[in-house]
Design a protein around this ligand. Structure first.
Ligand code: LHQ
Length: 267
C-alpha cells in the first residue's frame, strides 16, 4: 500500500486533513498532491462533512514543492534536457487549487509553522486562515528564479494590494504570522499551543452554520472582484433568490422567531 501522506480524521461535521511528511517539512511531492486532492474529493461528496480543516504535521505547514523531486529538480548535467516544470502545475497544482477553492463546504487552514512557496499559497487559498504565532509565510519563489504559483499572483494583490503583493513576491522574505495578519493576508493569529483547539472550534462553528449560504457567499465575493457594482448587486440578488427557496432560510428565520438554535442541513 502507498505511503499515507495525508492523515484524515473525522470530528463530527469537520473533516481534518493533515499534511503528513514532517521529515521534509510537508513539502509537496506528486504523490502527496494526488492524495490531498483525493481526500478533498472524498470530503466534497461526504454528506457528513460540513467543513474541512487543513493543517500540517510537525513543525511546518508546508515548505512548498519538494525541490528534490526528480520531476522538477533541474539536472546538474549540462547535457541533460531541461525539465518543463509547468507540467507539474498543470497536472497536480491547478486541479488541486481549483478543487480547494470550489469545495461545497467552507475550508479552514490552520497554519502551524512555516508555509513557503506553493505551501503558502495553498493555505492562502482557503476560506479562513488561522496561524500559530510561530508560523510564517514565505513567497519563496523568487529565491529560486520562479514566480508565485498555486494562485499566488491572483491571491496576493487581492488580499494585500499591489504594493505589498510585489514586496512579498519580489523579495521572498519571511513574514511572521502577526505581520501577515496586520497586512490582511490571514484572518487570525493564536498562541502556538492554542492553534489546533482554536482551529477546530472555528471549523465546528462553521460546520453548524448554513453550509450552502457560506459557499455561495464565497462564490459571490470571488465573483464580485471581477464585476462592476450594478452587476454585483444583481448577482447577489440571483444567488439570494436561490438561497431563499432552500431549507436553511426557512429554518434560520423560524429558529430566530422561536428563540431557539437553528438546525441547518442544506449542503
Ligand atoms: C526541503 C524543502 C523543499 C525539499 C525544506 N524541498 N526539501 C511548483 C512546481 C514546480 C516547480 C517548482 O515549484 C513549484 C512551487 C513551489 O513551491 S517553489 C518553492 C519551493 N519551496 C522553497 O523554495 C522553500 C525551500 N525551503 C526553505 O526555504 C526552508 O527550508 C524553509 C524556510 C521552508 C524552512 O527553513 P528551516 O526551518 O531553516 O528548515 P531547513 O531549511 O533546515 O529544512 C529542513 C529540511 O527540510 C532540510 O533537509 P535536511 O535533510 O537538511 O534536514 C531541507 O532541505 C528540507 N526542505 N524545504 N521545498
Amino acid at each position: 500500500m502507498s505511503e499515507q501522506m495525508i492523515q484524515i480524521e473525522q470530528h463530527g461535521g469537520v473533516c481534518l486533513l493533515r499534511l503528513n511528511r514532517p521529515e521534509a517539512l510537508n513539502a509537496f511531492t506528486s504523490a502527496l498532491l494526488v492524495q490531498l486532492r483525493q481526500a478533498l474529493e472524498a470530503a466534497a461528496i461526504d454528506a457528513q462533512t460540513r467543513c474541512v480543516l487543513l493543517t500540517g504535521a510537525g513543525r511546518a505547514f508546508s515548505a512548498g514543492q519538494d525541490l528534490a523531486d526528480p520531476h522538477v529538480a533541474p539536472s546538474r548535467d549540462p547535457g541533460a534536457a531541461p525539465k518543463d516544470i509547468g507540467h507539474m502545475l498543470d497536472q497536480y497544482y491547478i486541479p488541486l487549487a481549483l478543487r480547494l477553492r470550489s469545495m461545497p463546504v467552507p475550508v479552514v487552514a490552520a497554519v502551524n509553522g512555516v508555509a513557503a512557496g506553493a505551501g503558502a499559497n495553498m493555505a492562502l487559498g482557503c476560506d479562513i486562515v488561522l496561524a500559530a504565532e510561530g508560523a510564517s509565510f514565505i513567497q519563496a519563489f523568487s529565491r529560486i528564479g520562479l514566480l508565485p504559483d498555486c494562485g499566488g499572483t491572483w491571491l496576493l494583490p487581492r488580499l494585500v494590494g499591489r504594493a505589498k503583493a510585489l514586496e512579498l513576491a519580489l523579495l521572498g522574505d519571511k513574514l511572521k504570522a502577526v505581520d501577515a495578519q496586520a497586512l490582511g493576508l490571514i484572518a487570525r493569529v493564536v498562541p502556538d499551543a492554542e492553534l489546533q483547539g482554536a482551529a477546530m472550534a472555528l471549523a465546528q462553528k462553521l460546520a453548524g452554520m448554513p453550509t450552502r449560504a457560506l459557499v455561495e457567499t464565497r462564490r459571490a465575493i470571488d465573483e464580485a472582484l471581477k464585476l462592476d457594482y450594478e452587476t454585483a448587486l444583481k448577482r447577489e440578488a440571483a444567488l439570494q433568490s436561490q438561497l431563499g427557496f432552500a431549507h436553511d432560510y426557512l429554518e434560520g428565520v423560524a429558529a430566530f422567531m422561536d428563540k431557539r438554535q437553528p438546525e441547518f442541513k442544506d449542503r
